[in-house]
Design a protein around this ligand. Structure first.
Ligand SMILES: Nc1ncnc2c1ncn2[C@@H]1O[C@H](COP(=O)(O)OP(=O)(O)O)[C@@H](O)[C@H]1O
Ligand SMILES: [Mg+2]
Length: 272
């Protein structure tokens, strides 16, 4: 069985007016099917990319895989364990959650501006009881900063003292602090300059190699995933319309929608 499996994943959002307004105006309920019976699986240590235009349901899927949002139907299994298994004990649920971390598009929104970077990195170590003792936590924070290309002295700074690319490195370090096996990257480079994008992508790739990480990589930009992903799923209005390994998708796209995405993707250069 694959390491991450999404099976018939669905999510609807209720966009209806409040009940009393509906009664007065006689308007029916309005339901949005944001994710519609999506299936994919990711092998351990590989990258699966979900691509699609804005509003196609990518973040909704990311939020379900990381456990921030409940599926309306279908299931997500990580290493054979169902994320929605209600019979699982609280500690087991927490252990499973720890193994899946997320890097968001905007590190501005996801890093607490009032906390020093060192505290941001130590919080998951404490929450998941991974490392005991403030001295050991501090050493681990320094190690994490070096792993993402920052320096241990950065631990005493605040997020606003960094550039966008550096802040995204801090987000990655924070994800790594939980010692995850799966990282969901939701548009991790979309807010960055192109030159910085390539550096962050290269960092993600080398961390994957070093720690055997499994990535679900989400982007609207096909050029970004061309060298990141092993397999790509194309999402259009909540439906997975095509899935191929990366080479096949670029050389022989089957769907018109995929062809349109490929032709509209800007080319980006990768440094070392
Ligand atoms: N919490 C929510 N409530 C209502 N509608 C939502 C919510 N989250 C997302 N949507 C809608 O679901 C659709 C998919 O959104 P999203 O998953 O954010 O797409 P993407 O990440 O691909 O841009 C969009 O139409 C969006 O407006
Ligand atoms: Mg999104």
């Amino acid at each position: 069985m694959s390491f991450v499996v999404a099976k018939d994943l669905c999510r609807t959002f209720d966009l209806s007016d409040p009940w009393i307004v509906r009664k007065l105006t006689m308007r029916p309920k309005r339901l949005l099917q944001a994710v519609d019976r999506v299936n994919f699986s990711i092998e351990r240590g590989t990258t699966y990319a979900l691509v699609g235009e804005s509003g196609s349901g990518k973040s909704t899927i990311a939020n379900m895989v990381v456990g921030l949002l409940k599926p309306s139907a279908g299931s997500i299994t990580i290493d054979g364990q169902n994320l929605g298994d209600a019979s699982m004990s609280r500690p087991d649920q927490q252990r499973l959650r720890r193994r899946i971390q997320m890097v968001f598009q905007s590190p501005y929104a996801s890093l607490n501006p009032r906390w020093k970077v060192g505290d941001i990195l130590c919080e998951p170590m404490r929450a998941f009881k991974l490392i005991e003792g403030s001295e050991a936590q501090r050493r681990r924070a320094a190690e994490l900063l070096e792993q993402v290309g920052l320096s241990d002295s950065d631990a005493s700074k605040y997020p606003h003292e960094f550039s966008g690319g550096q802040r995204q490195r801090i987000s990655i370090a924070r994800a790594l602090a939980s010692q995850p096996e799966v990282i969901i990257c939701d548009e991790p480079t979309s807010a960055l300059d192109v030159s910085v994008q390539a550096q962050v992508l290269n960092l993600l790739k080398s961390l994957q190699k070093e720690f055997g990480l499994t990535y679900l990589f989400i982007t609207h930009d096909l050029a970004v995933v061309s060298t990141m992903a092993n397999k790509i799923g194309v999402l259009n209005q909540g439906v997975l319309v095509e899935e191929q390994d990366t080479e096949g998708l670029f050389s022989t796209p089957r769907e018109d929608y995929t062809k349109m995405l490929i032709s509209s993707a800007p080319k980006i250069e990768f440094g070392s």
